[in-house]
Design a binder for this molecule. Structure first.
Ligand SMILES: [Zn+2]
Length: 263
């Protein structure tokens, strides 16, 4: 029997059998760790309310063999984010990033940067201080943490200068010159997948600038309302290419972002 302890943020919980809970915790050491809380639904003494979405926990676990699922033995609360549940937009943003992290990060791959980023993200949502612009820039930071920072200062395919090209290819991972866009369109037509499309210079420049800006100063970067929608659509295309599907939380979030009066 192996015993260990870890600290992390709960990304997903599903009930398992009668009263057990299957829990995905994002940990710095092991990335998303899947653990089973036996009688997690009922055992007040052992878990009493601590197994809850987005909670930050310290927990002890055990497992019989390396290839078997770990069981949570006990858990202590480190931080909670009740404010995230008071507002559909906050909840939708937190759930979307959790879904993307779970789908894109391999279990067992250390994730200290992703953990630190997601913790800061939850804290901002909790305090209600995240603007719509900052959310989109954070989404692009998440893309960078996942190892897919878009190439924006040269052609992502041939590396030559862009020379005014507005074309963008999620398959190449960034802006592309007119020639590479044409070649890709010919190659990809009829095969499915996203063809190169035009992206306005304002979106490209603001996103590029955000990667060269200290995170503490990112709130100073602004999109126009139109550019923000375009930038978020661009991000969604990247995530679709990365996951091979549209995240479930996108539709949920878009609904509330559209009807929300807040900036
Ligand atoms: Zn090119």
């Amino acid at each position: 029997m192996f015993h260990g302890s870890a600290e992390g943020l709960i990304l997903k919980i599903v009930t398992y059998g009668e009263a057990d809970l299957l829990v995905w915790v994002l940990t710095p050491e092991f990335g998303p760790l899947r653990v089973l809380a036996r009688k997690g639904l009922r055992s007040v003494k052992r878990f009493g309310g601590r197994i809850f979405l987005f909670n930050r926990l310290e927990f002890d676990y055990s497992r019989r063999r390396d290839d078997e699922i770990a069981f949570i033995e006990s858990a202590r609360l480190v931080e909670i984010f009740p404010g995230v549940f008071t507002d559909e937009v906050r909840f939708g943003r937190a759930a979307l990033f959790a879904e993307v992290l779970l789908a894109a990060w391999g279990e067992g791959d250390p994730a200290p940067e992703a953990c630190g980023f997601y913790l800061e993200f939850l804290r901002k949502l909790e305090r209600g201080v995240q603007s719509a612009d900052r959310f989109v820039l954070d989404a692009f930071r998440l893309l960078e943490i996942l190892g897919h920072r878009p190439v924006l200062d040269r052609c992502a395919s041939c590396e030559k200068p862009l020379d005014g090209s507005k074309m963008y290819s999620v398959n190449e991972g960034g802006a592309v010159c007119e020639n590479c866009a044409k070649d890709e369109k010919i190659k990809m037509t009829g095969r499915g997948g996203t063809l190169p499309f035009a992206v306005t210079a304002a979106v490209r420049k603001t996103v590029e600038k955000s990667y060269n800006t200290d995170p503490g100063h990112l709130d100073r970067l602004k999109f126009s309302a139109k550019a923000r929608v375009e930038a978020f659509d661009l991000w969604i295309e990247h995530i679709k290419a990365l996951l091979g599907r549209t995240p479930k939380c996108i539709r949920y979030l878009s609904e509330f972002e559209r009807t929300s009066k807040r900036k």
